[in-house]
Design a protein around this ligand. Sequence first.
Ligand code: SF4
Ligand code: SF4
Length: 104
Amino acid sequence: MSGSASPSGKKKRLLAPREEIAWFPVIDEELCNGCEACVEFCRPGVFAPGQTDAGSEVCRKPKMTVANPYNCIVLCTRCEPVCPSGAIALPPGKSFEHFVGYVD
Ligand code: SF4
Ligand code: SF4
C-alpha cells in the first residue's frame, strides 16, 4: 500500500507492484485459538475467521486465516505482539526494505 506514513514521518512508496511483494503474515494453525484479536486490530482487513469444523463435537472458535494478504502494509509488524498465542509470523524486514522508498 503506498502513501502510508513511516515512523520517521516520511511517506512510504512501494517500488514494485504490491502483488509482487510477498510481505504478509502467516498464521500457525496449531497455535491459533481463534480469539480474533488480530482481525479486530488490523485495519486493512488482512485477517478473516476460517470455517468452523462442522464435524467436530466440540464447539471451537474458527482458526484465523490470512484472507487478504496483499492488503498487508509492507514492513508493518504491528499484529505480531497483539496475538496472545504467538501464532502470527511476518518475514524478516531486512529482506523487504528494498521494496520501499520514502518521500517527504
Ligand atoms: S502486519 Fe500490519 S497490516 Fe499486516 S496484517 Fe499485521 S497489522 Fe495488518
Ligand atoms: S490473535 Fe492470534 S490466536 Fe487470536 S485469532 Fe489471531 S492468530 Fe489466532
